[in-house]
Design a protein around this ligand. Sequence first.
Ligand SMILES: [Zn+2]
Length: 481
Amino acid sequence: MRCQKMAKEFVKDVTAMDEDFAQWYTDVVTKADLIDYSSVRGSMIIRPYGYALWDNIKNELDHRIKETGHENVYMPLFIPESLLQKEKDHVEGFAPEVAWVTHGGSEPLAERLVVRPTSEVLFCEHYSNIIHSYRDLPKLYNQWANVVRWEKTTRPFLRTLEFLWQEGHTAHATDEDAMEETIKMLNVYAELCETILAIPVVKGQKTEKEKFAGAKATFTIESLMHDGKALQSGTSHHFGTGFAEAFGIQYTDKEGKLQYVHQTSWGFTTRIIGALIMVHGDDRGLVIPPKAAPTQVMIVPIAQHKEGVLDFAYDLKKSLGQVARVNIDASDKKPGWKFNEYEMKGIPVRLEVGPKDIENKQVVLVRRDTLEKVIVPLEQLDTKLVELLDDIQSNLYNKALMHREERTSIAENLVELKETLEAKPGFIKAMWCGELACEEKIKEDTGATSRCIPFEQEQVSDKCVCCGKDAKQMVYWAKAY
Ligand SMILES: [Zn+2]
C-alpha cells in the first residue's frame, strides 16, 4: 500500500472516461507528455515521449514496407498549382483544404504552390519521366513525410493541420498486379495494428462516397474506440489507370505496344496514436502494449538513499536490458509520484526494488493493464518478465476484441439502427442496397457513416436497412472520428 493517498489525488487530474470521453482524451495526451500545443491553431508539438512512440511504430512499419520490396524516396514539399489540377477528381477532393504559397520573400510567385496534402501528383510526374518499358515495372516507392491539410476542427493526433505519415506509391504493368499490391499493403497495416498495437481491425472496401479522391477503389482497416466511435486506421487505394492517363505514364510492353501503368497508393499516419490511446487507455491514463512501448519496464528504486539500492537497480537495468526495453527513474522524486507518472504514461511493467527485496533476492513487478502485483525471485526474473510482457500484449488485444464484439450490433431498419447507436454506440452491421441516397439518408438521420463493406460478408437480412429494397451487401456503420 505504498503512497495510496497520493495516487488518489493525482488521478483526480484526469477526467473519468465515462464522464467526458473527449476531455479524458485531451487530459491524457497532455498529462502523459505526448504533445504540447503550438501557437499555430490546430498544430501540435510531438514531445519526446510521443515521438518515441511514433518512432517505434514507424520502425515496425518501415521494416515491413522494405520486406515487401519497397524503396524509400523523398518528394518535394511544394506542388505547382497546374500539377495538382491534372487529375480532376483528385483536385476537387483536396482543394478545400490545401494551404497555398503565394510569395517567395516579398515577390509574388508566377505560379502558386500548394503545400502537399498528399503526394500522388508528384509521384505521377516523376513516374512519367522514369517509366518507359515493362522492364521498369513495378515501381515500388514509399516516402515518410509530413503533409498539411487545412482542417476546420482539430484534435491532437486525430485531426491536425500538419501530420506525419508514410505514403506508398506504386506503378504496375497490370490491373491484377496493382490489385494484389493494394490488398498486400492493407494486410501489412492490419497485421501491424493487431500484433504490435493490439488493435483488432475490420478489413473492407470503402463505398463510392467514402473512397479516396481519384481512386478506382479504396480499402480500409477500421477499428473501434472505447467510446464506441470508429476510427479509420489505414487505407490502401487502387487507382487503376486514372492517374496514368492524366499524367501520361506509359510503358512499352513485351509486344512493343504502349500501355498505361496501373497504380496504387497507401497511407498510415500519426492518427494511429490517437487510436492507441482510445482503444487501451483507462482512468489512470495511457496503456501502451509492450510491443509498441518505448519503455517496457520502468525500474523504481525504493528507499534509494540506502546503501546498495541504486547500484542493485542499475545492475538490474543492465541485465534486463538483454530481454526488454528497460529504464530507471533514480531521481529524488517520491516513489508514489513515480508510480503515478509511469501509470499515466502507460508503461507496461513497473519494477520495484528496495532493501527488503534485495535481502530476499526478489523484486516486485506491477503490470499496467490490470495493476496486479507479483513478487518474482531474482533467478526467475528474465523468464517471468518476458512471459509477463507477452501476457500483457495478448490481454490488451483480447480485451479490445471483446469490447468490439460487445459493441457490434445488427440493425434491420432505420429506427433500429438509430436506437441501437444511441443505446449502445459501436459498429452496426446492416444490409445496404448500394444506393448513394440511402447512404446519405442514414448519415443525415443517425450521424453514422458507412465505415466499410467488409471482406467477411454476412447475410444479416435480405433488405436494405434504409429503403427496404433488395440488399446487395452488408456494411459496417458507425459514428467516426
Ligand atoms: Zn437502400
